[in-house]
Design a protein around this ligand. Structure first.
Ligand code: CA
Length: 411
């Protein structure tokens, strides 16, 4: 696959993450117009609501909604049809670009909103190095991975209500904290507020009953970058015996652009070697992951943006399709626009860790930033940003940033 040229010149620029090969879907507003569905091309956004109103496309009025849910519910044939139409309209050989130019806005003039109304949100724990690191800190290297971990993707049911779009400020939560500083529980602002670098899969097709790994893969509409904000001190006290609860309920940020499975297809890659053969309902059926380079950055009140770590989505032990197959194995139904978090993605190296818990090794080994400041966990005023990119032979695919600034706890 090579770069598809567009008449939108910025889409053809080298290293631009939004060429015609990408065409990610988001919801934007401008000073003049309220939230509406749009598609990103170069540094521009094409307004699909007006495009449908003016008769250039016809999807039964789904773009009247300021979310992608109604379009996604139309199913895979319509997903393909829209992508083909958009490639035609934006292709360098399109003859009537004046008509489309009227429907295009500069991305810099737009405010981004949540692209979907999230139906339900589940977060998994399927990054091998992350689970190994966290387990080592809590239980020692011998017992790092729980005995079930290499046999099934472990997850918990999160709250759809907590999902926010990139750029939303994140207020440091209060919670019950206990030890090592206190003998009895206290209700205080979290002192160990953290990020988790993850990808989120968006379910495009519902189910009622168990689905196979291949069916699950077909059900996925696209992917976003996801930050599962985590209060480690609240988590440490509350997680026994039912797992994370308030520690993960403050907010989950997602990047504003849904990159479709079609755009990611050329970047498919395999899961790592299995230590135990997976049970038949979870087995890999093809390359199940994507080669997506991921990076994390911090901007403190005293600095510009500084790099924290880099890793890759290919580090996952279980793919989103395997997670969905496992999720439905009990009969649990999936809805259109359910969000499935991958779990924190860390590489093997110290510089490839996807959380501050790991980067500072539980706070014991402070992270030295390039400007000589140090961090164990996030401080008020810090802006944490995640980015992702696929690199093809002569083009790249990006997701936009997933970022949030930490506000001080409520007084
Ligand atoms: Ca997580």
């Amino acid at each position: 696959m090579s770069l598809i040229l567009s008449w939108v010149e910025t889409a053809n620029a080298p290293n631009n993450p939004f060429p015609l090969n990408n065409l990610p879907y988001g919801v934007f507003s401008t000073k003049k117009d309220g939230p509406r569905c749009g598609v990103r091309v170069g540094d521009m956004i094409l307004d699909l609501k007006t495009m449908e109103n003016e008769g250039h496309i016809n999807f039964g009025g789904v773009f009247e909604s300021p979310y992608w849910n109604d379009f996604i519910a139309l199913g895979e044939e319509k997903w393909t049809e829209l992508r083909q139409r958009l490639i035609e309209y934006l292709h360098k050989d399109f003859s009537n670009k004046e008509e489309i130019l009227k429907l295009i806005h500069k991305e810099s003039d737009a405010t981004m909103h949540l692209p979907i109304k999230v139906a339900e949100y589940t977060d998994f724990y399927s990054g091998r190095n992350h689970a190994q690191n966290v387990g080592t800190m809590f239980r020692g290297p011998e017992n790092a991975l729980p005995p079930n971990w290499l046999h099934m993707p472990i997850g918990y049911n999160g709250r759809a209500s907590s999902v926010v779009v990139s750029g939303t400020d994140i207020r440091r939560p209060h919670g019950q904290l206990k030890g090592p500083d206190f003998d009895i529980p206290k209700f205080l602002p979290s002192r160990r507020f953290d990020f988790e670098l993850e990808m989120g899969a968006i379910v495009g097709k519902g189910s009622n009953g168990p689905v196979s790994v291949d069916q699950a893969d077909d059900m996925i509409f696209g992917y976003v970058i996801l930050n599962d904000w985590s209060a480690r001190d609240i988590q440490a006290w509350e997680y026994v015996p039912l797992g994370p609860f308030q520690a993960k309920a403050t907010a989950t940020s997602i990047s504003p652009w849904i990159v479709t499975k079609d755009a990611l297809e050329p970047f498919r890659c395999s899961t790592p070697k299995r230590e135990y053969e997976l049970l038949p309902y979870l087995k890999d059926t093809k390359p199940m992951l994507y080669d997506i380079e991921l990076s994390t950055y911090i901007q403190t009140q005293k600095s510009h943006e500084l790099i924290l770590s880099t890793t890759n989505f290919s580090e996952m032990y279980y793919s989103s399709a395997q997670q969905i197959a496992h999720h439905t194995s009990s009969g649990c139904p999936m809805n259109v626009c359910d969000l499935i978090g991958s779990g924190t993605i860390s590489g093997e190296e110290k510089s490839q860790r996807g959380s501050m818990l790991e980067l500072s090794w539980g706070g014991k080994d402070p992270i030295k930033l390039e400007n000589n400041e140090t961090r164990t966990f996030l401080e008020d005023g810090d802006i944490l940003t995640l980015r992702g990119q696929c690199n093809g032979s002569n083009y790249s695919i990006g997701f936009g940033t997933c970022s949030g600034r930490i506000l001080p706890a409520e007084k």
